[in-house]
Ligand binder design. Structure first.
Ligand SMILES: Cc1cc2nc3c(=O)[nH]c(=O)nc-3n(C[C@H](O)[C@H](O)[C@H](O)COP(=O)(O)O)c2cc1C
Length: 330
């Protein structure tokens, strides 16, 4: 049978499929189930920067609503001590997971600034996390900012985190950037061990009867695969760090496509919500059977075979308008 073992951020994974950060990776039971289902690693549900800031502010009673970047954070908890408790639980979860399972455990933080919270990251490392994924989200919606100002956040975070931890750090980013290829390329030259393409944002919708903005489509659909597939293919082999694919991977075929595009690892969340954690086993089996059918012995042999750098017509990944595609559809 083909060998699925994969090197990702210096860690040895039994295969490239990773359970992405979500509500499904928030307990020891979940992690044990994911290990049984066959995934190569688990990214824990994220802590939010604001939760960490609360923990760091010892005199909790002094915290006011204004201290929060997003006031709704305050509504999320009954009181600040719940937050403190939650951080302790997170560290305990990492420790217990490390004692119980043998797959790597990747801690995760959602961050919007480079301030204060990086000090806390070392406690995740001390608790035993094998790596840290930083979900860095910044919607460039403020038109008074220059692209440079919006991008500065990413590099400020690298600067702030690099002395705090020595475990590998993964940056999970969104696709909004004035020059995405340049941003990914420049980030890859920093201490970042991998970049995850892409985080999937909360998507707004409008309730036309009640005139309210709602959250829509919490789960992705298979139609969303091409966005991450395109950018993995364009950047693979041209960056100085690993790449993980995320968004729209709903079956074994999509997993194979991301590896062919050049992903070092592939993260999945929505498909596990829809089909259950055990679905990972089917995805891995599909990969194994496909490798066997096409005579690939190792993941390295097929990774990047269809990336921008390895195909005869790389422009296929850059083409955004094409007449032939629509010909005959009118
Ligand atoms: C219910 C839910 C909760 C999520 N929570 C987190 C989170 O805490 N941190 C994070 O980085 N991503 C989170 N994600 C995003 C996923 O990790 C993933 O990047 C995204 O869903 C796209 O992958 P998919 O198409 O496989 O779902 C969440 C996704 C879902 C569906």
């Amino acid at each position: 049978m083909p060998d699925l073992t994969t090197k990702f951020i210096g860690l040895s994974l039994r295969n490239p499929l990773i359970a992405a950060s979500s509500g499904l990776t928030n307990s020891l039971e979940d992690i044990v189930e994911f290990e049984k289902s066959g995934v190569g690693a688990v990214v824990l549900k994220s802590l939010f920067e604001e939760e960490i800031r609360i923990e760091m502010k010892k005199d909790l009673s002094k915290m006011t609503q204004e201290s929060f970047i997003y006031p709704e954070t305050i509504d999320f908890y009954d009181n600040f001590y719940d937050v403190e408790d939650m951080l302790t639980k997170y560290l305990t979860l990492i420790g217990e997971a490390k004692k119980t399972v043998s797959i790597p455990i990747i801690a995760s933080i959602n961050c919007v600034t480079a301030e204060k919270w990086p000090y806390y990251a070392s406690t995740l490392q001390d608790a035993g996390a094998d790596a840290l994924e930083l979900n860095v989200f910044s919607l460039p919606s403020d038109f008074s900012h220059t692209p440079e100002k919006d991008e500065r956040l990413y590099f400020d975070i690298v600067e702030a985190i690099k002395d705090k931890v020595n475990i590998p750090v993964i940056f999970k980013i969104g696709f909004y950037s004035s020059n995405l290829a340049s941003l990914i390329h420049r980030l890859s030259k920093t201490e970042v061990a991998a970049i995850t393409l892409f985080n999937r944002f909360y998507s707004p919708d409008i309730d036309i009867e009640n005139f309210q903005v709602l959250s829509s489509y919490v789960l992705s659909s298979p139609d969303e695969l091409p966005l991450s597939l395109r950018w993995i293919a364009i950047m693979a082999g041209r960056v100085e760090c690993d790449l993980a694919a995320s968004t729209g991977v709903h079956n074994g075929q999509a997993l194979i496509k991301q590896i062919l595009a050049g992903a070092n690892a592939v993260q999945v969340a929505s498909a596990f919500y829809i089909h259950g954690k055990e679905y990972a086993g089917q995805m891995i089996m599909a990969l194994e059977e496909w490798m066997d059918k096409h005579g690939f012995n190792t993941i390295d042999e097929c990774r990047g075979k269809m990336s921008y750098s390895h195909i005869d017509n790389p422009a296929a990944y850059e083409r955004t308008q094409f007449m032939k595609h629509f010909a005959g559809k009118e």
